[in-house]
Design a protein around this ligand. Structure first.
Ligand SMILES: C[S@@+](CC[C@H](N)C(=O)[O-])C[C@H]1O[C@@H](n2cnc3c(N)ncnc32)[C@H](O)[C@@H]1O
Length: 405
């Protein structure tokens, strides 16, 4: 069998990058290369950032401070990036090498940071010219030094945001891990809706940035995007926003990159999309999303969170009984519903979603229908005792709508 060369690993070795196994490993590498004081400053900055990000507290200013600090000098930047993100770089480079058809003569790398991926693009596509931009001036200085050390001449680094870039079009626009730093806030909540409806709401968060990225793609050109959105409503929203910008998502190019990030698992979504004359229909994009993930579902009797929502979206046939739960202020705090199954005539799905708890979808035998209807009523009685009111919804043409009062 022909082995695919691990060009990502080769490139990491060329740069002297060794992904650290954990936080101690990062600190060790930093101490060796930049001394104790600077090592501790950098390690504190990266872990503080990671904690704030997990709590949803990371702001644009935090990002800028972090990138400027990390990129104050060449050794700090490459060592920290390599130790923390080395596995991500390796897998990203391998994905790029496996999808060479998406890279044209002119390539824009948006948010290039210290230039590790930009220089890989420049080496991989010597006939192309790469324009790489970043918000951080320090990052651009490190990226220039990296290109110089590697003897690379087909890349230009510019200190610029994508917003400030002149309206030039490129054969390929490349974005790796920038979407998370550029989306808007979600207005309202997507909770307890079907996944497609959640995706449509989330699309609003990505619309402006998707327009920015894709406005630099030539007609017929490609957007290559490798982002960390997990396979959920956010990724569906991003795909819908891209479709709205006339981008045709290439299903064959889609790959989940399973990476280790200093001892933690992280999952990136890589794909490319082609700029076409027409907007893709939301339904087609949802099909892409569902088709991509369907074969990853394990058909167990119990499902949680996005998998529960995915299965419900794909498999619900008819609603037997469904209610949204509202608190005294009128806010939706949950959903209880019982559906028949499209694919398994002998199955029922019982959906339980309560604020602050993982959504749960359970499969039962159709023979237990009456028992489950009764169980749902009992659950409602318990909620009614706690001042939670139930409002019935309808399920028509695969859409949920509250019943008129
Ligand atoms: C998570 S890093 C990813 C770096 C690089 N693309 C990679 O995958 O290794 C995000 C980088 O994008 C830059 N960035 C974020 N938003 C940007 C924008 N609107 N315009 C230009 N650069 C941006 C940040 O300064 C940062 O260096």
């Amino acid at each position: 069998m022909k082995q695919t060369p691990d060009v990502g690993l080769q490139y990491m070795m060329e740069l002297g990058i060794k992904p650290a196994k954990n936080a101690d490993g990062i600190l060790r590498q930093l101490r060796e290369r930049v001394g104790n004081t600077r090592a501790e400053e950098l390690a504190e900055a990266i872990f503080d950032r990671r904690d704030r990000s997990a709590l949803g507290q990371k702001s644009a200013a935090d990002n800028m401070n972090f990138y400027d600090l990390k990129n104050q000098d060449f050794e700090s930047s490459i060592t920290l990036s390599g130790a923390h993100d080395g596995d991500i770089f390796r897998k990203t480079c391998n994905w790029i090498d496996g999808h060479r058809e998406a890279f044209g003569q002119t390539i824009l790398d948006v948010g290039c940071d210290c230039g590790i991926i930009s220089c890989f693009l420049a080496k991989s596509f010597p006939q192309s010219h790469i324009t790489s931009i970043d918000l951080s001036k320090n990052a651009i200085a490190v990226a220039r030094e990296l290109a110089e050390r590697l003897g690379i001449h087909n890349v230009t680094f510019l200190h610029s945001s994508i917003e400030a870039l002149p309206p030039e079009e490129y054969d390929t626009v490349f974005s790796s891990r920038t979407v998370n730093e550029n989306h808007d806030q979600l207005e309202g909540t997507t909770q307890f809706l079907l996944l497609t409806q959640q995706g449509k709401l989330c699309a609003q968060m990505f619309q402006q940035y998707a327009e920015r990225l894709t406005s630099h793609v030539k007609p017929g050109g490609h957007l290559v995007t490798i982002e960390r959105l997990e396979r959920d409503r956010l990724f569906l929203g991003y795909c819908l926003a891209l479709s709205d910008c006339h981008m045709n998502l290439c299903s064959e190019s889609y790959q989940e990159l399973f990476c280790r990030e200093s001892g933690r698992d992280s999952r990136l979504q890589a794909l490319y999309a082609t700029k076409e004359g027409v907007c893709q229909q939301a339904e087609q994009t949802a099909d892409f999303f569902y088709g991509t993930f369907q074969d990853q579902i394990t058909w167990l009797p119990q499902h949680l969170d996005v998998e529960a929502e995915l299965i419900l979206e794909l498999s619900a046939k008819e609603l037997i009984r469904g209610v949204y739960l509202h608190n005294q202020q009128g806010a939706r705090v949950g959903k209880l519903a019982l559906y028949t199954s499209k694919y398994e005539e002998d199955d029922l799905f019982y959906y339980q979603g309560f604020l602050g708890e993982p959504v749960r979808l359970s499969r039962y035998d159709l023979a237990r229908r009456d028992e489950l209807i009764q169980f749902l009523s009992q659950e409602l009685d318990t909620f009614a005792a706690g001042q939670i009111t139930a409002r019935a919804f309808q399920f028509l043409d695969g859409q949920e709508q509250p019943e008129p009062f």
